[in-house]
Design a protein around this ligand. Structure first.
Ligand SMILES: Cc1ncc(COP(=O)(O)O)c(C=O)c1O
Length: 465
């Protein structure tokens, strides 16, 4: 990192000016930090750490000026050779990838831990064959929406399998998991309703709730949830509690049993986004509700076909009447073309493979437990993870980016999860384990991580917490 220390002052300091300095509050803060570093006899200079939030809705700049201004964010990462985002991969996403390195222009070979391809279904021979087989008969697209001619028998087959997988009467597919969350939440809930949501639900759900009353409860904070439910009872047309099945940045689960009980006591519905639960949890990968045996308690389940299922698309599952209601009125379904045949057939086949080859899910968990044990034994802070999503806490935004870059130079591809995806003090590397990794891949990763930790100290020993 040389002798530059990046400081986040994004909330109050105008963007272009560094720390020469504006408000008394910031002058005081900088002095404190500077003294601290001088005490350590380290000569440093401090620079404002840019985050993407600094470049959204900039006052007084038009769209082209804003876009030009955003280059400062990219430049700051490039100055540290720390831009791990937006790389071009020349292979399928999987355990072993080739990537074009933006700094050298060379092709790098790396072990990859970036994709939510938990079961390797994108490259499974049965799944690829299913996709190829339908192209001759149905072509590559439908060119119309499901409601007006774009609904094929293979869509019906896929939706039937999804409904069965979640123990629900019916399901409806969308072009992505994002579209499913937006489409369902936006249509079902408005100003007469209250959505009570765990703070860590996915961005797409927040977007879908833009026209609803929202109360956010701290992650799995049952006491606060109960308080909100109690205070809000009888004041809204619908109350709905919204959680994820597996949280995408921390890899932990909701306290679903208790949440369902509280919701039931107070007459609220439960809406669960199972994007990271399907293929990972439950019998034959049937997801989080199956894992907790709470399929009947959860009213609405959304999910994606793009993670463990290995394709693209999203869905909602629920009662037959609710699904029909959404099928006829939810905007991302009625105003958007249906899923392409190849994707539909591939997703459908992948769900079958979950139960035909249960050893794939066992391997995923075997790998997950193996990686977690080594990283734990090596003293890394893995947060609350209980799934194949393993955060490795760094707690410094720029450091996380630099570590990711150094790992890439050492043959490991991993994405830093940084602000605003997580809080600044919660920056981390997010490791996604897959059944397609070998133990040797995981050993390789851990060895390189230890090596970089010797250079850039970031290990958070549990005892120091
Ligand atoms: C929890 C969660 N929900 C929904 C989505 C959106 O899924 P998709 O990629 O299919 O749009 C994601 C994807 O990152 C996710 O992590």
């Amino acid at each position: 990192m040389g002798n530059i220390v990046y400081v986040n002052l994004s909330k109050t300091i105008p963007i272009e000016k560094d720390l020469e300095l504006q408000t008394p509050f910031h002058q005081k803060r900088i002095k404190k930090l500077t003294n601290l570093y001088h005490q350590k006899e380290t000569r440093i200079s401090m620079k404002k750490l840019y985050t993407p939030k600094d470049f959204i809705n900039i006052e007084g700049r038009n769209i082209y000026e804003s876009a030009a201004h955003f280059q400062m964010f990219i430049d700051q990462m490039d100055n540290e050779k720390a831009n791990a985002f937006d790389l071009t991969t020349t292979t399928a996403t999987g355990a072993n990838v080739k990537i074009i390195d933006r700094y050298s222009g060379k092709e790098l070979i790396a072990k990859s831990f970036v994709s939510s391809n938990y079961l390797g279904m994108n490259m499974h021979p049965k799944v690829k064959e299913a996709a190829k087989n339908v192209i001759d008969e149905y072509g590559v697209g439908t060119s119309t929406t499901p409601l007006i001619g774009g609904y094929l028998d293979i869509h019906l087959e896929l939706e039937t399998k999804i409904a069965q997988m979640h123990g629900k009467e019916a399901a409806l597919t969308y072009s992505s998991g994002f579209a499913a969350n937006v489409g369902v939440a936006q249509f079902l809930f408005n100003k007469s309703d209250l959505a009570i949501v765990d703070t860590f639900i996915h961005a797409s759900m927040y977007d879908g709730l833009a026209n609803t009353n929202i109360k956010i409860f701290g992650h799995n904070d049952l006491r606060y949830l109960e308080m909100v439910l109690e205070k809000s009872k009888g004041r809204y047309r619908n109350m709905v509690v919204i959680v994820d099945g597996v949280y995408s940045q921390d890899g932990d689960l909701p306290k679903l049993q208790e949440i369902c009980e509280l919701a039931k006591q107070h007459g609220a519905y439960i809406f669960l986004d199972d994007a990271h639960g399907v293929g990972v949890l439950g019998k034959n990968g049937h997801g989080t509700c199956d894992h907790f045996n709470l399929e009947d308690e959860v009213d609405i389940i959304t999910g994606t076909l793009s993670k463990a299922i290995g394709a693209i698309g999203g869905y909602v599952a629920g009662s037959a009447q609710l699904i029909k209601y959404l099928r006829h009125l939810s905007r991302p379904s009625i105003f958007s073309a249906s899923l392409p045949p190849s994707v539909t057939a591939a997703a459908s086949r992948a769900i079958d493979v979950f139960s035909e080859e249960p050893q794939i899910i066992r391997t995923l968990w075997d790998n997950t437990n193996y990686a977690r044990k080594i990283l734990n034994d090596n003293g890394f802070d893995l947060g609350r993870s209980e799934s194949p999503i393993i955060p490795i806490m760094v707690r410094d935004d720029m450091k996380a980016k630099i570590i990711a870059r150094k790992l890439l130079e050492n043959g490991v591809y991993i994405i830093p999860a940084t602000y605003p995806a997580v809080k600044l003090r919660d920056s981390r590397l997010r490791m996604n384990i897959s059944a397609t990794h070998t133990k040797a891949d995981i050993d390789f990763f851990c060895e390189k991580l230890n090596l970089i930790d010797e250079e850039i100290k970031f290990k958070m020993l549990k005892s120091s917490q």
